[in-house]
Design a protein around this ligand. Structure first.
Ligand code: ACO
Length: 428
């Protein structure tokens, strides 16, 4: 028998169905709450208790530390799949056959040029501009060069739009970095794989033959996979809500990039390294910063610690920690900032404050460390996150449009002034 929830307000009882997901998660379906109760709504700032949609893309269990894309565990995908396969899986729901993967790869390569006029837009930005702002603007500017909304009822139109952005986004991301470094823009090389090509577009020198490094590319591939989706987080919810107004895919993605920029979300990986550098400059006293993080009078937080949903461990952090150790060892990197990171993690993991609140290093703590070891500039870290999250955002946007979800429009409880008559300037 299907479960129901009963709500009692002032002696009146209202019944609501309880829906059950495939992983036995339960949700009270309150779609009829306002109409049944005569306008009573719910209040849940930060949406800690609110499900915004039913989704078949990513399952995570924060208590058990489970993360699965379309049913496949993140551990298996990180070990056995490559980023393009995972992107296909997330977007279209199944792992691609060899033929489908080959076509996806070829179609992306076919679209991997960006209109030359886009360079003039990039030119207009100062070199000091944050790459996330530039990337969000360039993604938005792409609309002007690819006008017309996507016909979401046409599989082909949807596929073409997806392939286009999968192809052009890495070019734009790499260009934001090259602009900062005064390097000539690079269109990459279609003979390379998706991730290798991204690395080439970022790091190639005009007077030097590009040499791929397997350790670096494998680490990048894994990082992109680990970041590829994470259900209804801040940036993904942004993409879905912007898309729910029937704004196009590129406009929705551009908004998602802005949401990801913040230090409480994707910006955390940059904030981690900045924090570690500040600790180093201040003499490397980790105990002092642990004490600051615990002090309620001090706004300082240990960046890269804690997570809204993972309250035991972040499965991505587990994978990436092992990968970080491997990459640092293989590349023979010694860096005092990385030593501070290790020290900080050790102390925090044993400290009662962090243990009690279940604050563990999250994926951003270790991803920042690997990016630094790979020579990626700190301000590009969040761009790397965006590159990984792209297929997740696309998958969520596609799902939202295919399910014909209504426009996102939350309610509020008004707490401002009640009616008061207008006073002219002389009366105030
Ligand atoms: N350092 C010190 N104390 C912390 C930290 C931290 N990093 N994170 C949480 N706390 C404390 C809070 O002060 C609070 O303590 P209290 O109960 O004594 O008041 C308790 O832990 C719970 O914290 P909340 O803020 O309620 O937890 P919430 O789930 O809302 O926030 C968040 C999660 C935003 C990730 C938070 O842990 C944080 O700010 N971490 C640092 C930023 C960061 O690493 N963000 C990356 C997130 S992962 C990602 O986006 C991929």
């Amino acid at each position: 028998m299907s479960k129901k929830a009963t709500l009692e307000i002032d002696g009146n009882k209202y019944e609501f169905p309880i829906i059950e997901g495939t992983e036995k998660e339960l949700g009270i379906d309150i779609k009829t709450l306002r109409s049944a109760t005569g306008g009573i709504t719910t209040i849940d700032p930060g949406y800690k208790n609110t499900g915004s949609c039913e989704s078949g893309i990513t399952f995570l269990d924060g208590e058990k530390g489970i993360l699965r894309y379309r049913g496949y565990s993140i551990e298996e995908l990180a070990e056995k799949a490559d980023f393009l396969e995972v992107a296909y899986l997330l977007i279209f729901g199944e792992l691609p056959t060899a033929e489908q993967l080959d076509k996806f790869d070829k179609d992306i390569k076919e679209e991997s040029h960006v209109d030359e006029d886009m360079k003039r837009i990039l030119d207009g930005f100062p070199k000091s501009a944050h790459p996330m702002g530039v990337l969000s603007s360039l993604t938005s500017a792409l609309i002007a060069f690819n006008p017309g909304s996507v016909d979401v009822d046409s599989e082909e139109a949807m596929y073409n739009a997806i392939v286009k952005i999968m192809a052009k986004f890495p070019v734009l991301a790499a260009w934001t970095m090259r602009k900062r470094k005064s390097l000539p823009l690079d269109y990459g090389d279609n003979a390379l794989g998706y991730v290798e090509n991204l690395h080439k577009m970022m790091f190639s020198r005009p007077n030097k033959t590009y040499e791929a490094n397997k350790i670096v590319n494998d680490a990048l591939d894994k990082l992109l996979i680990l970041h590829a989706d994470h259900e209804q987080n801040c940036s993904t919810s942004t993409v879905r809500i912007v898309g729910s107004s029937h704004a196009g895919l590129f406009a929705s993605l551009s908004a998602g990039i802005s949401a990801l920029w913040g230090p409480l979300h994707g910006g955390a990986n940059q904030a981690v390294i900045e924090m570690l550098e500040a600790i180093k400059e201040d003499g490397g006293d980790t105990a002092k910063y642990i004490a600051k993080a615990k002090d309620k009078e001090d706004s300082f937080r240990l960046m890269g610690f804690g997570h809204r949903v993972y309250k035991n461990f972040d499965p991505r952090a587990k994978i990436i920690k092992a990968s970080a150790e491997e990459v640092l060892g293989d590349l023979g990197i010694e860096d005092p900032v990385l030593d501070i990171a290790k020290g900080l993690a050790k102390v925090a993991l044993e400290d009662e404050y962090f243990v009690k609140r279940k604050l563990y290093p999250n994926v951003d703590f270790y991803s920042g460390i690997i990016y630094r070891a790979l020579g990626i500039p700190t301000e590009m870290f969040t761009v790397m996150f965006a590159l990984g999250r792209l297929p997740g955002w696309i998958a969520q946007w596609r799902e939202m449009r295919l399910r014909k979800e209504p426009i996102g429009r939350p309610r509020q409880i008004y707490i401002g002034e009640t009616y008061r008559p207008f006073k002219s300037v002389s009366e105030r």
